[in-house]
Design a protein around this ligand. Structure first.
Ligand SMILES: [Zn+2]
Length: 295
């Protein structure tokens, strides 16, 4: 595919002194000026390819002197110029910003196609709808747009207070990966992300809890029933947004097949927006979930 040069994303082109130009200010990349170079750089729009730029330059910038392809290849290796074909095109519609980000930090923008093919389903109760909405908005901006998939790759179950465990039964039976998110008083717990048979599950979670809290099995049976009498939670707006961000990060990791921070772990956001706590969750010896893998 043809190289379509564009200046370094988000970086202004500046004159540093009589003989040098600079792109960007953090700290910026300095390079030697030459006759006609500024005029050439002004032509870069990420739409024209090198051949087209060379034709325009031949007609309008005779003072350039050197082959356009050579000049641009040099600036590309210096990080001044990027190839816009890596960001845009039919297969990356609406994901240009994500693709530019991936390219600039040295990732392959092609990995974003996993997000476009990814199906998500989000279930939220009345008290957690706002958290789910914010997380979904972040995911949409990140290129995950199938948020109501019939056969999702991941089910996110968001609830205000610990949910009834029956909500996970079908996912376990179907082998559907699922991520519980619980608004818990003044904080939000995310995880464990369960890949049935492969990572510790909610039953493992409950069995571990029952090991130190003998009444937990009795409490578990009452979960999800008391929402009518529950006072709404005390999670501040910025903490809610921080939690939504972390949910989105976990979903994106799952979409790309990377282990997230909630695989075999729980991550808690809050009470302050920048507070995080995490703890590992192992398979419980009394849980039979790891037998699923053998079945
Ligand atoms: Zn288990």
């Amino acid at each position: 595919m043809a190289f379509r040069p564009a200046l370094r994303p988000g970086a202004p082109l500046l004159r540093r002194d009589a003989t040098h130009l600079q792109v960007g200010t953090s700290p910026g990349i300095v390079f030697a000026d030459r006759p006609g170079l500024v005029e050439l750089l002004r032509l870069l729009d990420g739409a024209r390819d090198v051949e087209r730029l060379a034709a325009v330059a031949r007609a309008t910038i005779p003072e350039l002197g050197r082959p356009v392809a050579e000049v641009l290849a040099e600036l590309r290796s210096a990080g001044v110029v990027f190839d816009a074909t890596r960001w845009s095109g039919a297969r990356r519609r609406g994901m240009d910003a994500e693709a530019r980000h991936a390219d600039v930090v040295g990732d392959d923008p092609a990995r974003l196609r996993h997000r476009q093919a990814y199906g998500l389903s989000v279930h939220a109760d009345a008290g957690s709808r706002r958290l789910a909405e914010i997380a979904q908005a972040i995911l949409t901006d990140s290129g995950v747009t199938d948020l109501g998939a019939d056969e999702p790759d991941l089910l996110v179950v968001v609830s205000c207070g610990e949910p009834a465990r029956t909500v996970f039964e079908q996912s376990v039976r179907l082998g559907l990966d699922h991520l519980p998110v619980v608004i818990d008083e003044d904080r939000v717990r995310i995880g464990p992300l369960v890949r049935p048979g492969f990572t510790p599950c909610m039953s493992c979670h409950d069995l571990h809890r029952a090991d130190w809290d003998r009444a937990w099995p009795a409490l578990v049976h009452q979960l999800g029933r008391q929402t009518a009498t529950m006072t709404p939670p005390a999670v501040g707006a910025v903490t809610l947004h921080a939690a939504a961000l972390e949910i989105a990060v976990e979903v994106l990791a799952h979409a790309e097949g990377r282990p997230g921070r909630t695989t075999g772990r729980c991550l808690v956001v809050g009470p302050a927006h920048d507070e995080r706590a995490a703890w590992p969750l192992a398979f419980h010896h009394a849980c039979t979930c790891d037998l699923l893998r053998a079945a």
